[in-house]
Design a protein around this ligand. Structure first.
Ligand code: 2AL
Length: 256
């Protein structure tokens, strides 16, 4: 089985962290390939960043389709381009917010999200409304550490754990969701400090894709997620034009 984990931002150091978290949980015989988007923002911290991360993400999916990838993880907590990726990929595609929130809902009565910048909170709330029952997400809390400063912060686990502890108290929640791919790897440290389940979307999404592929399940092609109807794409988007309804072909730059 070959799973591609796409980091939709263009920072390779973050992809390395994401790949390590995904590989740490993948089963035997599962090849996890972590790729960095070839175009777009260095980090995704705004709606503008998110919108402009989607072409690179889709190029990485289209490229994966030419290489026989079995399933994909979108490793950014905004789940950028998730629906479009489902239209392109033959196999399952899971976003890390989607995986983390669904997983958290299995583990307790209510979860709190601990994320990077406060301005990303609106998107997290929108995704919680999409993925989980009303009231399941009890709060979204920002540590105000920019995405690209997470890895260098020597006190990251302490800072995230302190904020998560406040979130549990304030929200009356019983599970923590880590709200950024750059926080992958903090689960054990934060969980040990707080004594509650801490969910990282990268590892959760990787195992969900693995499970779906193992079960022989893929995105339904019947209606909404069928391959997009071919049409002319112009200007900077010309390379995203699809060749046929059921055979998307990327002529854009591939991600690696
Ligand atoms: C993210 C993430 O997971 N990757 C990125 O660039 N931005 N999410 C976030 N909440 O900051």
């Amino acid at each position: 089985m070959h799973i591609r984990v796409v980091n939709p931002n263009t920072t390779a150091a973050m992809t390395a962290l994401i790949g390590a978290s995904a590989r740490a949980v993948a089963g035997p015989g599962v090849r996890v390939e972590a790729v960095t988007s070839a175009m777009g923002p260095a980090s995704i911290e705004s709606h503008y960043d998110e919108a402009l991360s989607v072409p690179g993400l889709l190029a990485a999916i289209a490229d994966g389709e030419t290489r026989g990838i079995d399933g994909y993880v979108i490793a950014c907590f905004g789940d950028p381009g998730l629906d479009a990726a489902r239209e392109l990929a033959r196999g399952p595609v899971v976003g890390i917010a989607e995986a983390a929130m669904h997983t958290a809902a299995l583990l307790g009565r209510g979860f709190s999200v601990v994320t990077t910048l406060d301005r990303t909170g609106g998107r997290a709330w929108d995704l919680a409304a999409r993925y989980t029952a009303p009231g399941a997400c009890r709060g979204v809390h920002a540590c105000e550490i920019p995405v690209l400063e997470l890895e260098a912060d020597p006190h990251l686990a302490d800072r995230v754990a302190a904020l998560a502890g406040l979130a549990l108290e304030r929200d009356g929640s019983d599970v923590i969701v880590l709200g950024c791919a750059g926080m992958a790897g903090l689960c054990a440290a934060v969980s040990d400090r707080l004594g509650v389940p801490v969910v990282d979307g990268v590892s959760a999404a990787t195992l969900m894709v693995q499970s779906l592929v193992a079960l022989g399940l893929r995105t339904s092609q019947r209606c909404e997620f069928a391959a997009p109807p071919p049409k002319r794409y112009t200007g900077a988007m010309a390379t995203f034009q699809l060749e046929s309804a059921n055979r998307p072909v990327s002529r854009g730059s591939s991600a690696m």
